[in-house]
Design a protein around this ligand. Structure first.
Ligand code: ZN
Ligand code: ZN
Length: 441
């Protein structure tokens, strides 16, 4: 009797789960259908009204309005323009969902009927063109759509949502300020923190994931190279910092190629070199500006140590004394890598596959762009974080790109614009499905 009953029971139990999942999927899809036109209007409003880093006043007000309408308790201006919305819905996990809000000082050339014509004040008080060339308008809209879906499905999950609309991602300041202002002291500490970034190479509505550091760390480094200046006709009476700086630029090319292990991605780029004022004057000093990209802290430390050693070695070989040694200065505002929690990513991928089908969920390679979302995972609370790529490329353009190699405008390009409807649908379905599964774990 028991032997017959158990398989029957299991069969019944699993088919119940499958029905429940199919049910959830179709419920989410029908909510998306009912809200997508309204959010297209929100998206266009945000796209037409971009605001630059630290200047997201109206955008932040708009996000607060939406959240209040959904029943969130909203703390506005938490460390500047960032806001924190909290929705408590019974016992369960605390899940943070973050969007960023800032635009870029770029003149839009998308040709869209709702292209931005805005000239906006930046944080330094200058008027510059502004555009959502990094897709943060799409992030906000998908974030709102996801929250709205979760609110409408309140009976299906229990726990707490922490909704973060963050200022100043582009200058890597927003996350840091939120954390320093006491994000994890004033509000419940999340069990998971999630975010998207729109992707300019993946088809609209598909997801790109990586179960580990998905975005590199970014650090700006200044190097001051000193010498002894003098007459250009009498170099033997000088120590020429132009020559030293040139040797330094060449020598540091071996840092990544000869000193970092081959399976550790890293970049050291000298983006600017400035020194001297005239043809026949050997200057006292030359300045270099570098960007360094890395995926692990120990590699970053190795690079900085290498820069100090190489520059010092070259200065010593030129006969400079201790008080004229080069200075290697790491600037404030380092963006750490976005170190995705592998377990969280893999769990989310299962939910996303249920929502969008396996073909639309792709493992991607890590990328050397910077994103300050990584900071939320590096505090003492050790919150597991996961950032996903959300494909934004119109399907016809994607096919043309694959077949004919037609270039696609990348992020931060004046012609970049995601394809709203499929991006919104995929983004909301994948994230709402993931969050409900995490709540019910
Ligand atoms: Zn950006
Ligand atoms: Zn961005």
């Amino acid at each position: 009797m028991k032997k017959i009953f158990l398989p029957f029971f299991l069969c019944f139990f699993y088919s119940f789960i499958i029905v429940a999942q199919d049910n959830l999927k179709s419920q989410i899809e029908s909510i998306i259908k009912s809200i997508e036109d309204e959010y297209y209007e929100t998206y266009k409003y945000l796209h037409i009204h971009p605001e630059l880093s630290l200047m997201e006043f109206e955008t932040s007000a708009k996000m607060a309005e939406h959240l209040k309408d959904m029943g969130f308790s909203v703390s506005r201006n938490f460390s500047g323009n960032s806001l924190v919305g909290v929705l408590e819905n019974g016992k369960g996990p605390v899940i943070m969902l973050r969007t960023d809000m800032d635009a870029l000082p770029i003149r839009e050339e998308t040709g869209l009927p709702y292209a931005s014509r805005m000239v906006k004040e930046n944080a330094d008080g200058n008027m510059v063109p502004a555009m959502h060339a990094c897709g943060h308008d799409m992030h906000m809209t998908v974030w709102l759509g996801t929250l709205k879906t979760l609110v409408q499905l309140k009976q299906q999950w229990s726990g707490t949502i922490i909704a973060i609309a963050q200022q100043a991602e582009e200058i890597s300041a927003g996350a840091n300020r939120l954390i320093e202002a006491g994000l994890f002291r004033e509000f419940p500490v999340p069990d998971y923190a999630l975010a998207y970034h729109v992707n300019a190479e993946l088809p609209a509505g598909s997801i790109g994931y990586y179960p580990g550091p998905i975005f590199g760390g970014v650090s700006s480094v200044d190097i001051h190279v000193y010498g002894y200046g003098g007459h250009g006709a009498m170099p033997h009476t000088t120590i020429d910092p132009v020559v030293l700086a040139s040797r330094i630029v060449m020598a540091i090319q071996t840092l990544v190629s000869r000193e970092i292990e081959p399976f550790q991605p890293a970049v050291v780029t000298v983006g600017s070199i400035h020194g001297g004022s005239k043809h026949n004057v050997i200057p006292d000093r030359v300045d270099l500006q570098l960007t360094v990209r890395f995926f692990e802290d120990k590699i970053y430390e190795q690079i900085i140590e290498g820069l100090k050693r190489i520059t010092r070695g070259i200065a010593l070989s030129a006969g400079l004394p201790e008080n004229r040694m080069p200075e290697v200065i790491t600037l404030e505002g380092l963006t750490p890598p976005v170190a995705n929690d592998a377990g969280l990513v893999n769990t989310a991928v299962l939910s996303m596959e249920k929502m969008l089908g396996r073909d639309n969920i792709n493992k991607v390679n890590p990328n050397t762009v910077g994103e300050d979302f990584g900071r939320y995972g590096r505090t003492a609370e050790q919150v597991p974080i996961a950032l996903f790529w959300l494909g934004g490329v119109q399907h016809e353009k994607y096919a043309d790109h694959i077949e004919n190699g037609t270039p696609l405008p990348g992020l931060h390009n004046a012609a970049f614009c995601p394809d709203f409807y499929p991006t919104f649908r995929g983004g909301v379905a994948a994230m709402a499905g993931t969050m409900i599964d995490l709540f019910n774990e």
